[in-house]
Write a protein that binds this ligand. Structure first.
Ligand code: NAI
Ligand code: MG
Length: 342
């Protein structure tokens, strides 16, 4: 890929348009040149298109190979199925990568955290195969774990560790209870680990993993998890480093990649200029790395770290413990980051 880079931009719902526009401005401030191919998905297109995920959106991502995406609301209990999950499955984006690193200067950011979540992104409970067995009385969900999906995500975790100079991979499971499904995931992880003698391998049961992360997060490096545990443990890791407002994410397949922050559409603060754009901006930096623009990515990350460490301006979520900091809006925080990019 060469400049201008053509990126599919999906603004999303709730705070999505606010944070993706901030991310777009920051990646443009690196001086690189981008063409943004904007497509809409989610509740806003449901009426006009008859579906929250028009095939034109998937075709656009297949054409550019890369997307920057805001969060999309999924109705709880009833209504349409998750557009986010549908995109990941339709494009076979099998590895959901979510790095959580200490943000120096942030009072609620635990020191020494540098964990990368690699979450299986195409199967498990997120296939959403569930039904009522007896109306209103008994329900059932089917959880699919396959050797092929487990193999490729575990291999991705080990390759990621090697590429990024990391030394440890922890497979997370509940194979004591789910002996067949998580049993297969764990068995495959142990097999793949044999091929990476340079990387330490261990496995932990997911409840113990949560306790260990709360107790000594600095002891962990790369985690690889089935879909549901990956989703839950991601938010736990977000909480360790300052909240959902600061944690980026990427959905990676063999040929395509969709970059999106870990957080959702945050309807409680949407449209109020209160959303923290840092998660989306760091997501933009992950996208720059994927494009091979390492220097530009580092500039963005360094500028974010400076603004957080200085603590002169913060969005409301980063205010606790910082009486001296001035609360500003989403775009003003992005401006402060751009001003530090030098
Ligand atoms: P959420 O992540 O939207 O919000 C959880 C809490 O974190 C809220 O208090 C929110 O205000 C806060 N928060 C999230 N992002 C923030 C930011 N950038 N700055 C400051 N505060 C932030 O999770 P919730 O409430 O469970 O889900 C809301 C909707 O988002 C649901 O419809 C859900 O399905 C959807 N969702 C979409 C995702 C995606 O598109 N990838 C991921 C997670 C949820
Ligand atoms: Mg989640």
């Amino acid at each position: 890929m060469s400049q201008p880079y053509t990126i599919t931009l999906i603004p999303g719902d709730g705070i999505g348009p606010e944070v993706t526009s901030a991310a777009r401005r920051v990646v443009e401030a690196t001086g690189l040149s981008f063409t943004w191919d904007v497509h809409h998905a989610g509740a806003s297109v449901m009426d006009a298109a008859g579906t929250p995920l028009p095939t034109s959106v998937l075709d656009a991502i297949r054409a550019t190979g890369i997307a920057l995406k805001g969060p999309i609301t999924t109705p709880v209990g009833s209504g349409f199925r998750s557009v986010n999950v549908a995109i990941r499955r339709a494009l076979d984006l099998y590895a959901n990568v979510r790095p959580a690193r200490t943000m120096p200067g942030l009072p609620r950011s635990r020191p020494g955290v540098d964990v990368v979540i690699v979450r299986e992104n195409t199967e498990g409970l997120y296939l959403g195969i569930e039904h009522e067995v007896i109306a209103d009385q008994a329900t059932e969900a089917i959880r699919i774990i396959t050797r092929s999906a487990s193999e490729r995500v575990v291999r991705y975790a080990f390759d990621y560790a090697r590429r990024n100079g990391r030394h440890q991979v922890t497979a997370v499971h509940k194979a004591n209870i789910l002996k067949v499904t998580d049993g297969l995931f764990l068995k495959v992880a142990r097999e793949i680990a044999q091929g990476y003698p340079d990387i330490d391998f261990q496995d932990l049961i997911v409840d113990n993993m949560c306790m260990q992360l709360a107790l000594q997060p600095e002891a962990y490096d790369v985690l690889v998890l089935p879909n549901l545990y990956g989703d839950i443990v991601s938010d736990l890791c977000a909480g360790l480093i300052g909240g959902l407002g600061v944690i980026p994410g990427a959905n990676i397949g063999d040929d395509l990649a969709v970059f999106e922050p870990v957080h959702g559409s945050a309807p409680d603060i949407a449209g109020q200029d209160r959303a923290n754009p840092i998660a989306a901006i760091l997501t933009g930096a992950l996208m720059l790395r994927h494009l091979g623009e390492i220097e530009a990515a580092t500039r963005v990350e360094t500028a974010v770290n400076k603004v957080v460490a200085e603590g002169v301006v913060v969005t409301p979520d980063l205010k606790p413990g910082r009486p001296e900091a001035k609360v500003v809006g989403t775009q003003a925080l992005a401006d402060a980051i751009i001003a530090r990019m030098g």
